[in-house]
Design a protein around this ligand. Structure first.
Ligand code: GRF
Length: 215
């Protein structure tokens, strides 16, 4: 058996994507978690699954610079093969992004490049779009601008509220994020420069699961 890819997850809140990754372990292993919020629901998820979670909070550092250094040091201490952001509500320092270049991914609740940043569901509803969804992408130093790996579309309905739409998107998030990480672990998805590469197997699975790939 090949050694499973070791994945560090970073979150700030509820942790439902973190939980979906924990449940999907096999080809990859969640080696630990970093959280910047002592109130985050994801901490209990980590404890229940006996996954080491390190709290790394801005208030515990004298300066922003120290915090950034601390965060990098904390992430490095897990020696991860991949870092998966799952609702980590901070823009990462370019130094952090470069350090984990090609090994840092994020899940975002919109069909990027539409609606980067916050309040994606509210904005989609306000604009009356017909399709919304989520995106898994590699992280670069911009906000939600890195190479797109895969997307799951969700149809918007006339009576949708932010809650109803976000619940349907979240369900797809919980399917697409583990799938992408399994593919990375199996060498079925990779990155060459800014181009995401897919094996034939990844392409056919994506088709079956209803995920859109970037190329
Ligand atoms: C998800 O919608 C994710 O796409 C975004 O932040 C939210 C985190 O939710 N980046 P959860 O903490 O995983 O439940």
């Amino acid at each position: 058996m090949p050694t499973p890819l070791s994945v560090l997850v970073m979150f700030s809140g509820r942790g439902s994507n973190f939980e979906a990754l924990v449940k999907a372990q096999g080809a990859f292993r969640v080696c630990g978690a970093i959280c910047d919020n002592p109130e985050a629901g994801g901490i209990a998820v980590a404890e229940q699954a006996s996954i080491p979670v390190k709290l790394c909070c801005r208030k515990d550092y004298a300066s922003l610079q120290d915090f950034k250094r601390g965060l990098l040091h904390c992430a490095d201490s897990f020696s991860p093969d991949l870092v998966a952001l799952a609702g980590f509500m901070r823009i990462l320092d370019p130094h952090f992004v470069n350090h984990f270049s090609g090994k840092l991914i994020n899940i975002h609740p919109s069909l990027l490049p539409s609606y980067p940043g916050l309040d994606t569901h509210e904005r989609a509803i306000k604009d009356g779009v017909k399709q919304h969804g989520c995106t898994v992408h590699y992280v670069d130093s911009g906000v939600d601008t890195g190479p797109i790996i895969a997307q799951a579309e969700v149809e918007c309905e006339d009576h949708d509220t932010c809650d109803s739409l976000s619940a349907r998107v979240l369900k797809r998030e919980h399917a697409i994020y583990p799938w992408v990480i399994q593919c990375i672990a199996g060498g079925e998805i990779g990155l060459s420069g800014r181009q995401v590469t897919y094996s034939d197997r990844a392409r056919s699975e994506a088709l079956q699961l209803g995920f859109k790939l970037a190329n």
